[in-house]
Design a protein around this ligand. Sequence first.
Ligand SMILES: Cc1ncc(COP(=O)(O)O)c(C=O)c1O
Length: 367
Amino acid sequence: MILGHAHASVIEAIRAAAASGTSYGAPTEIEVLLAEEIIAAFPSVEKVRMVSSGTEATMTAIRLARGFTGRDLAIKFEGCYHGHSDGLLVKAGSGLATFGTPDSAGIPGDVARNTIVLPYNDPASLARVFEEQGDAIACVIVEPVAGNIGCVPPRPEFLNSMRELTLRHGSILIFDEVITGFRVAYGGAQELLGIKPDLTCLGKIIGGGLPAAAVGGRAEIMERLAPLGAVYQAGTLSGNPLAVTAGLATLKLLKELNPYPELERRGANLEKGLRDAAGELGIPSTVNRVGSMLTAFFAEGPVTDWPSAKRSNTDQYARFFRAMLDEGVYLAPSQFECAFVSYAHTDELIEKTIQAANKALQESIHR
Ligand SMILES: Cc1ncc(COP(=O)(O)O)c(C=O)c1O
């Protein structure tokens, strides 16, 4: 909720849309306007398909990449989360390129076998897999700034080599910007980092707090989607009129307000406050931040991937989380998630949060 909860303009837009109807099972003008706004914000996106959740967006993007390339294998990275579809719930393989084993019960081995899991921020292992089986790889899907390991920024050479290898081998590069889209910059991580993927998945902010998500990208790929193409996707509630209204109202406000410099400043203040608080108490910690996404890992740094994040003291995090709750600050309940600064978090609230963290960290030592 980049503008905070229940922003008056967003609520008013939802109220007005609800008075006209809540679901038509057909596209609406407002859905088209939202798609146009996304296309204007993301130069890599020429066409958009609205869906209802980030899970559907990534699931559709992978199917589209497979349909377009005629290949089966998908590469994902350890610790990245792309929703709960079968083939993407595959997390960890030790070694450089292990074929995945299912991370959740109920996923057939035959499905998981088509997902290759590699370490985040490790261009060498990616290059090796492409060298060995590049012609069988349909796509690479990545959180361009990882949010589900906790906040982990990409090394420039990681994404640059990913773009270069996918182009060379005719594989589709999918940026999962469900978190980062309209968050780290209006045009997402791809604007911030200057890399153009083939397909982009969006969610969260583009629904303004209601269920909307999207997949978009190069027209020649997107046109493979039904009804123009043979890759099927449809959804009764896709592009739901309330959700796209909330999303469009949010994007309009983001354009008007341009909150990004301010979010950067407030995020930097919070980062410094948390780092100083832990430092003064001698608690090992590493604070990673990109714009308004940040994570305080209770681990010696640097935290650059899943193994280094996993070294965190999660008992310490749990004590900190509960002590912060007692102070009235509700953090993400897992060490491996981000805190997000919103435009509603004023300087005063950031300062209060830092004071709460000082107190909570002291208490967490004694709990
Ligand atoms: C990067 C990323 N992709 C995909 C998803 C799945 O989105 P949803 O929960 O809307 O299905 C999430 C959810 O947190 C996410 O963080």
